[in-house]
Design a protein around this ligand. Structure first.
Ligand code: GUN
Length: 292
């Protein structure tokens, strides 16, 4: 293997430790930062993510609750609970885990969270601020990718970043972050997606290649430019003959891509841990905004 591994797990541990120190340095008489997480239904992957978020909060000294609501909960019941949390001063961040059941309108729910508690940065107000280059929050996964690059001393300035995938959670906001006129951004950005027949004509031009399309091992070795930085956002469960019955693979065929790339993130242990670390940072930011 040629590529250097970007160790998201240890970088995320450092970020989490920094947040823990920041929380520990708060005045004891002030209430601690608080995060409310709502999970609707029993999607196994979402359950894992939500549990990890709760555990990370606890370790950092952030007060957190996780409310699990049945998949049958009505949209108006969910809206009522969010309205209560919007008013509740013990919670500075509110996160509704996605995806939501089909009968609930995701946009309606996202827009019901007050923007100053929107630690996911999914509310149109916060998305707009980000697009204008004046973000209040940055969404956790794209922010985690920017942080990985920064802490690995990889400068995106003037580089061609190709993002495969245009989701609201990763592709679009990451494009905004990478193109910002900022000393740790300033890249030239291409967003490729499922409407392109042969995405390799784009991926092969990438100095920084980000795969966030949710297709197991879509990016093969021959689609990667020599020396590129490969960031794999995919977390796909594929059948495997082990006790769990599955294993996790990214959107990148790791072994092949690692023969070409200069740097590469593993799955698991790359981008995933950063998402949680950046959520903690956003919760601290929300706390500071609300506490003045
Ligand atoms: N589902 C997958 N990623 C995320 C995330 O970052 N936030 C929320 N709320 N749901 C998700």
């Amino acid at each position: 293997m040629k590529a250097q591994i970007i160790d998201g797990k240890s970088i995320a541990a450092r970020v989490r430790e920094e947040v823990r120190e920041e929380v520990a340095a708060l005045e004891p008489r002030d209430r601690p930062p608080g995060l409310a997480v709502i999970l609707v239904g029993d999607d196994p992957a979402s359950q894992v993510y939500v549990r990890s978020k709760g555990k990370a909060c606890e370790e950092a000294g952030i007060h957190s609750i996780t409310e699990t609501l049945p998949a049958s909960v009505s949209e108006s019941q969910l809206l009522e609970r969010i309205a209560q949390l919007n008013r509740d001063e013990t919670f500075h961040g509110i996160l509704v885990q996605l995806p939501l059941p089909k009968h609930i309108n995701t946009e309606t729910i996202i827009e019901s969270i007050t923007p100053e508690k929107d630690v996911d940065c999914f509310h149109p107000f916060n998305v707009g601020r980000l697009a204008m280059g004046a973000p209040i929050f940055e969404p956790a996964t794209p922010a985690g990718i920017m942080e990985l690059l920064k802490r690995q001393n990889i400068s995106p300035v003037g580089k061609h970043a190709v993002i495969v995938g245009r989701s609201n959670i990763v592709g679009k906001p990451l494009a905004n972050l990478l193109m910002q006129k900022h000393p740790h951004a300033n890249a030239v950005v291409t967003v490729a997606h499922s409407a392109v027949g042969d995405i390799s004509r784009f991926t092969r031009q990438a100095d920084i290649l980000v795969a966030a399309i949710g297709q197991p091992e879509l990016i093969r070795g021959d689609m990667v430019k020599e020396g590129a930085v490969v960031i794999d956002v995919g977390v796909n469960r594929v059948e495997a003959p082990n006790p769990k019955g599955y294993r996790l693979v990214g959107d990148v065929a790791f072994e092949e891509a690692a023969e070409k790339a200069g740097y590469i993130t593993p799955v698991p242990g790359g981008v995933g841990p950063m998402t949680i670390a950046m959520l903690l940072k956003n919760t601290m930011k929300a706390y500071r905004l609300q506490m003045g």
